[in-house]
Design a protein around this ligand. Structure first.
Ligand code: UN1
Length: 512
């Protein structure tokens, strides 16, 4: 392909960012794997794939690092994560820009992703002094029961292109304070941000002084790398983010060897807009959740149930948003809110899904290719709003694109049933000022998702809460709350400080 001005600019900028972040040129200019920017579709770097032997070696290193790291006091382990947070703060603009170049996110979302990493580092530093166990009342005299949380072992992290670095940080920041090394297999579509984060980690480790080698490893390559990680008995926990198909492959293999899994798979997130909703607020929330990140978040809003009474008004306003929202290369124009799809396959999938939706009676607004002449190798689309007569066909699946299905409802119970009537269960929202509807939505008989929000959209979660979902979303929880417990092993101990040996449950066993 002819090198045009865009390519040259992007190649040079990528190179200078990688240099500033400390990535050696041999890691990003010598390999056989070509990295493309979805902004222009053109090649920006070449990276080298790890082979199976490198994966096995990395696991060995991590295992040895674990033997040292587990004995380092947790608050001292927190110091390493504090230093990582400091590196990320200093590198926020550069790393955020690299996220934009490698994924196509708009700059504010690129920087936001790095902020999410900083936030989880801060959280983990505090956590390093709060890895609390319980003291439990014993039923026996002069006995005490307690729980301790001990480091688990090397943690495998498999991440997706759409949050190429934040998802690693949710896992790594917790794992490191919990005493666990991390072995990371990033998406093959986003190796550069992974190499950059590893370089920042190594800087932090150097400042820390005596961190063992092998605490953090990045393995670039395709799914064969992940397969080795998933099979190796020295990796007691694998945290995997991606499609439901990936989870179906990985989950049973981990179960086979009794390893732990944190699975964060497909989402098909919905919102219900009730008659009492603040429609201006709902409109903004829906726009960000459905159209932001070009519909490529696992938390993206994909299904919208709107009450009959307010349907026409809201749909008219939404359509206006859909036809006017600025789409394009965010590096050309600051006002752009919707960047490109990740690649051609994502575009073809979106088009095929739109065709299928039409066959099911869907009325489509938008969804066309945009800027194809200017960027023939990139895949920009106008976001698609699809009015559906029923929740059928493609509405039951996750399509990773800016594609929102809108459906009318008259009865709240019916809307709730449809809301829960899909295989996935990640995030959800209700827009209502009616306390009965809101509380019902949040109750045991309401939304069946891992995240249920009120008067905000389903995407853009903060790190303080546990992140993850139910059903085909996989059941894993990452980030805040007590998600850290998955990265440690619990030991329950009963201590007898008396001179007698009473048995629990009143059992008598006198040996005379
Ligand atoms: C993802 O898309 O895999 O809640 C993660 C959000 C972000 C994380 C999304 N904080 O939208």
């Amino acid at each position: 392909m002819v090198q045009n001005q865009f390519t040259l600019r992007l190649v040079q900028e990528t190179d200078s960012i990688l240099q500033r972040l400390g990535v050696a040129r041999r890691l990003c200019q010598e390999g056989e794997r070509i990295v493309h920017s979805p902004l222009t579709g053109e090649a920006i770097a070449n990276v080298r794939d790890a082979d199976a032997a490198a994966v096995t070696d990395a696991i060995g290193h991590a295992q040895r690092a674990f033997e040292e790291w587990r004995s380092v006091p947790a608050p001292r382990r927190g110091e390493l994560v504090r230093l990582l947070g400091t590196e990320l703060r200093a590198a926020k603009d550069d790393l955020g820009r690299l996220v934009t170049i490698e994924t196509g996110k708009i700059p504010s979302e690129g920087r936001g992703e790095v902020q999410e990493m900083i936030d989880i580092c801060d959280f983990a530093v505090g956590l390093s002094r709060q890895l609390y166990g319980l003291t439990i009342a014993s039923e026996r005299p002069a006995h005490r029961m307690m729980e301790q949380w001990h480091p688990l072992g090397p943690v495998g992290v498999i991440s997706a292109f759409n949050f190429p670095v934040a998802v690693w940080s949710w896992n790594a920041a917790l794992a490191l304070v919990c005493g666990d090394p991390v072995i990371w297999k990033p998406s093959e579509k986003t190796p550069l941000t992974a190499l950059a984060v590893q370089a920042l980690f190594l800087r932090a480790a150097q400042k820390f002084g005596d961190a063992p080698d092998g605490l953090s490893t990045v393995l670039i390559g395709s799914r064969e790398i992940a397969a080795v990680l998933v099979k190796d008995a020295r990796v007691p926990l694998v945290s995997a983010t991606g499609s439901t198909a990936m989870g179906r492959a990985v989950g049973p293999q981990l179960a086979q060897r009794f390893a732990r899994a944190i699975l964060e798979l497909g989402g098909n997130n919905a919102a219900i807009v009730c008659p009492s909703a603040d429609l201006e607020l709902a409109l903004r929330a829906i726009a960000f959740a459905a159209v932001g990140t070009a519909g490529q978040r696992c938390t993206t809003l994909r299904r919208l149930f709107v009450h009959d009474e307010i349907y026409e008004g809201l749909i008219d306003r939404l359509k206006q948003v859909y036809v006017t929202v600025p789409v394009g290369n965010p590096l050309d124009d600051d006002s752009v809110l919707v960047g490109p799809l990740i690649d051609e396959a994502a575009f073809s999938m979106m088009q095929a899904t739109l065709a299928e939706a039409r066959m099911h009676g869907g009325q489509v607004t938008g969804g066309e290719r945009h800027d194809a002449e200017r960027y023939p190798g990139a895949y920009y689309v106008t976001p698609a709003l699809v009015e559906m007569p029923e929740q059928t066909g493609p509405v039951l699946r996750e399509t990773f694109a800016p594609l929102l299905y809108v459906m009318r409802y008259t009865d709240f119970e019916q809307a709730l049933a449809l809301h829960n009537g899909v295989p996935q269960g990640l995030t959800s929202s209700i827009f209502s000022n009616d306390v009965r509807e809101v509380e019902r939505f949040l109750s045991a008989t309401g939304s069946d998702c891992g995240i249920a929000n009120v008067n905000i959209g389903p995407s853009g979660a903060e790190i303080g809460g546990a992140f993850g979902g139910e059903k085909e979303t996989g059941g894993g929880r990452e980030a805040g709350s007590d998600a850290w417990k998955a990265y440690m092993r619990r030991v329950t101990s009963t201590v007898n400080f008396g001179r007698d040996l009473p048995l629990a449950q009143g059992v008598r066993f006198d040996i005379g």
